[in-house]
Write a new protein. Structure first.
Length: 131
């Protein structure tokens, strides 16, 4: 018997371009967030549930040089800076944000914005004309 091996079209060539576009989008989101106060970003996007607010304020924290791996105490400070009430049940709200894919755990008590979260923020900021 003769076996025929079919090759799929090479996708490797497209992947670096997509990765570069994601990095560019993420860096433009970071630049935009760094230029605005957290309260401004919350008002701009008008997201009103706590998992979304944690995404926005966590991204603001990272964009301002807070680095990856923020804790609930960091969120309390940035919620206060944004003049927002802190979540009454932070573990539940951060868990919802993790399940939605916007936040990823770095260690059991530290968190960072995931690529999905950066992309979601980028789309929302583009929709309101901030980027």
């Amino acid at each position: 018997p003769i076996y025929r091996i079919e090759e799929a079209a090479p996708l490797v060539a497209d992947q670096p371009v997509a990765a570069a576009n994601n990095r560019d989008k993420e860096s433009s989101v970071r630049e935009t967030l760094a230029k605005h106060a957290p309260a401004e970003v919350l008002n701009l996007l008008k997201w009103d549930n706590y998992p979304d607010k944690i995404l926005i304020l966590g991204a603001c924290h990272e964009a301002r040089g807070g680095g990856e791996g923020w804790r609930s105490a960091d969120m309390e400070k940035i919620f206060a800076e944004a003049k927002e009430g802190t979540p009454a049940n932070f573990p539940r709200d951060i868990s919802k944000a993790i399940k939605s894919g916007d936040i990823r755990p770095v260690t059991p008590r530290t968190y960072a914005i995931s690529r999905t979260g950066w992309n979601r923020l980028g789309e929302a900021l583009a929709k309101v004309g901030a980027i």
